[in-house]
Design a protein. Structure first.
Length: 306
């Protein structure tokens, strides 16, 4: 199957419906009941489309009350027997406070995180619908990370869920289990005016992976990816880079509604999430179809080798 045609199956309308459904749970900060319900929805979405699902439970500390918070990542694995794996992830928790609100009375208002939270998860749910028919043979894991931002006005640590995930992935690899050849994090990928720039850490530490995705975008002719260099963003790709997995984040930090109460479904757009979803799905299809080799570092490299 042509990976480009295959990727057209990613349906932005369906992803947007998922985004709206997740937002209807209300704010979903780490440790909340709404986050727990979201976990159930996502686990079921993965399972019903052929994934083996595991829940990685762990504990964190609430940065204000210092109480223990129960946290969990959701991992959906397609072709779980494959040792060569690719990871697509995104955080499901929403920021506890809308701390970029200029009006202090609004900071404690209900922050829905339609783009910052739901968009990445909705894209994972739509990707899940197509993975049993993924071309090629590589294994794929979709991961909803918990506690990317259990942070109050910069009090607290970022990326608790992806840190926990990375720790377990490293132990698993050391024990002779599967390893990740590449990871792509999706965060804020549905903003109306989104035009993704190349995030700094990914560009510096996983240049070939960044170029792989941008080449696919260029060939698809999407206007949602820019050739400009973007910000350095502390996101869920960093713990993965820390254990040596080439990892990038597709993240739109220029989203005008970022960390405000206006981060609602109305600020999101079918065309944006669809453009990103299709680029990721096409890249996945191309990657999974590459011949397995020890030095496998991306589409460009392999094309040059032929
Ligand atoms: Zn955020």
């Amino acid at each position: 199957m042509n990976p480009s045609t295959y990727a057209d199956r990613f349906d932005g309308h369906r992803a947007m419906n998922d985004l709206i459904r997740l937002c209807s749970l209300g704010p979903r900060p780490a440790g909340s009941e709404a986050m727990e319900r979201q976990r159930g929805i996502v686990a079921e979405a993965f399972r019903s489309h052929g994934a083996e699902v595991s829940i990685q439970e762990f504990e964190g500390v609430h940065p204000l009350s210092e109480r223990t918070v129960r946290l969990a990542n959701v991992v959906g694995s397609w072709r779980p027997e494959r040792p060569d794996r690719v990871l697509i992830g995104g955080h499901g928790d929403t920021r506890p406070r809308a701390d970029r609100e200029r009006d202090p009375t609004r900071v404690l208002g209900p922050f829905l995180g339609a783009n910052d939270g739901a968009s990445g998860v909705a894209a994972l749910m739509e990707l899940a619908r197509h993975l049993t028919e993924l071309p090629g043979s590589a294994g794929v894991d979709l991961v909803m990370f918990d506690a990317e931002e259990l942070v109050f006005d910069e009090v607290g640590d970022y990326c608790l869920g992806s840190c926990e995930f990375a720790l377990r992935a490293r132990n698993q690899e050391r024990a002779g289990g599967p390893s990740y050849a590449a990871a792509v994090v999706l965060d804020m990928i549905a903003g109306r005016e989104m035009c993704l720039t190349r995030e700094g850490f990914g560009r510096d530490y996983a240049a070939w992976l960044t170029e792989d995705l941008w080449n696919v975008a260029r060939n698809r002719g999407t206007s949602r990816f820019s050739d400009d260099w973007g910000h350095y963003v502390e996101d869920d790709h960093l713990p993965l880079l820390g254990i040596g997995v080439p990892a990038i984040a597709l993240v739109d930090l220029d989203y005008p509604q970022w960390h405000t109460l206006d981060d609602r479904p109305e600020a999101c757009d079918v065309g944006a999430i669809e453009a990103v979803g299709r680029v990721v799905l096409e890249w996945l299809g191309r990657w999974a179809s590459l011949p397995e080799s020890p030095g496998k570092t991306g589409l460009l490299d392999n094309e040059n080798r032929e």
